[in-house]
Write a protein that binds this ligand. Structure first.
Ligand SMILES: *Cc1c(COP(=O)(O)O)cnc(C)c1O
Length: 383
């Protein structure tokens, strides 16, 4: 590709008109196998668990957007996470952020712990705490930034510089920021993980995941695991995510504009005790976010007065906002983390983090901002 500018890469990287017909859009290659002209004589495609042209196009596009060299597309974000954690062996030690997507916590705590992977959860906003948690057998660091759901920001360059001299593989789940706002590989991270279910696909109609890397050695190991385990993304879903990626930059700009309008409006409502969005000057890591990210994203949280009864009334009274898990689609979604997405996080951890009864998470969509605010206010007025 003759450019490294994001908007052009989002539309063209990894793709070219189909060599047989000239079709401008990448065909959906619904095939499990490929004809060989003789045993072992093929065009690079043997079996679709290993390689499929539609998945190749998506992987090429995502690798370019993350400024990586390789990407791998999986059947879900957690399938991608599972491949990364399979780099570890029994007796290895894993350091994770203490504020994580609930499913990542569950996979580490309920599956990989049982397989003999030692684990420590730390507040990754403090790089010294991360360094202090490292042991001689520490092999991998897993972080999110902004975190789900507390929207804390960690310093990726500082964490990468702690990991690389020790040979610890650094992994950043970039689902919330997307490569449009933040590129961890450029800051020294080894692996970027995604739930493409969210912003990358952007239309709430696919479950998918991905990894992006620069290092050839890591790509080789992860591609081996993807093929050995078999949780790769199918061609139809690959096509849909590839189509979603073409508008990522346009969507993310509007998500962030609307999030700013909604955050500032919520701050003015008397039933709202606290609003958290990395773009607000009072966010504890606002300066770091402004330095590390090109924008602040479309996710925000608020705490409303009146605890659980008020939160229930609020969520039931909304008309435009849909009460649902997930995030990152064009439509606005709202949810109650303690009951919904983060129910698998132990109650004492939830309390420590601040995921309490009046705590609400919003995925601000790209509808008209005033309509979104009017709906929030009519529902808050009834709590
Ligand atoms: C949703 C999500 C995941 C899991 O992805 P799935 O596609 O649902 O498997 C991982 N990390 C974050 C930050 C998420 O929001």
């Amino acid at each position: 590709m003759s450019t490294d500018r994001f908007e052009t890469l989002a539309i063209h990287a990894g793709q070219q008109p189909d060599p047989t017909t000239g079709a401008v859009m990448t065909p959906v290659y619904f095939t499990s196998t490929y004809a060989q002209s003789g045993p072992g004589e093929h065009k690079g495609f043997e079996y679709s668990r290993t390689r499929n042209p539609t998945r190749d196009a998506l992987q090429g596009c995502l690798a370019a957007l993350e400024s990586g060299k390789h990407a791998l597309a999986f059947a879900s974000g957690l399938a991608a996470t599972d491949a990364v954690l399979h780099l570890l062996s029994a007796g290895d030690h894993l350091v994770l952020s203490d504020d994580l997507y609930g499913g990542t916590f569950r996979l580490a705590d309920k599956v990989f712990k049982r397989l003999g992977i030692e684990q420590t959860f730390v507040d990754v906003t403090d790089p010294r705490a991360v360094a202090a948690a490292f042991r001689p057998n520490t092999k991998l660091l897993w972080v999110e930034t902004p975190t789900n759901p507390m929207l804390k920001i960690c310093d990726l360059a500082a964490l990468a510089s702690i990991c690389s001299p020790r040979g610890v593989i650094s992994v950043c789940d970039n689902t919330f920021a997307t490569p449009f706002f933040q590129r961890p590989l450029e800051l020294g991270f080894d692996v970027v993980a995604h739930s493409m279910t969210k912003y990358l696909n952007g239309h709430s109609d696919v479950v998918a995941g991905a990894l992006a890397v620069r290092r050839d050695d890591l790509h080789e190991k992860l591609a081996f695991l993807q093929n050995a385990v078999g949780a790769q993304l199918g061609p139809m879903d690959s096509f849909l995510v590839l189509r979603g990626l073409k508008t990522l930059h346009v969507r993310m700009e509007r998500h962030q504009q609307n999030a700013q309008r909604v955050a500032e409006a919520l701050q003015r409502h008397k039933r709202v005790q606290r609003v958290t969005w990395p773009g607000l000057p009072e966010h504890p890591q606002h300066a770091l976010a402004a330095r590390q990210m090109k924008g602040f994203g479309g996710m925000l949280t608020c705490v409303i007065e009146g605890g659980l009864p008020a939160a229930r009334t609020f969520l039931k009274t909304l008309r435009l906002w849909t009460c649902a898990e997930s995030l990152g689609g064009v439509e606005s979604l709202i949810e109650h983390p303690a009951i919904m997405t983060h129910a698998s996080v132990p109650p004492e951890t939830r309390r420590k983090l601040g995921i309490d009864d009046g705590f609400i998470r919003l995925s601000v969509g790209i509808e008209n901002a005033q309509d979104l605010i009017d709906d929030l206010f009519q529902a808050l007025d009834r709590t």
